[in-house]
Ligand binder design. Sequence first.
Ligand SMILES: [Zn+2]
Length: 64
Amino acid sequence: MNQHACPKCNSQDIQKGVMGATVGQVYMYPDKNFQKTPSTISTEYCRNCGYILSFYVDTPENLG
Ligand SMILES: [Zn+2]
């Protein structure tokens, strides 16, 4: 299985992105500890159809 082919349209034009909001980036916080340093969230998405293949936090160690 090619992890970098879109499951929807089979395009291999997969790009990495970073989730953003209107103001700044979207961050992932640990469930019970909002004092910790959050992590940004990155994505991999298909440039052909827009399907998002994966989400991942950039620094999971920050989430404790
Ligand atoms: Zn696609």
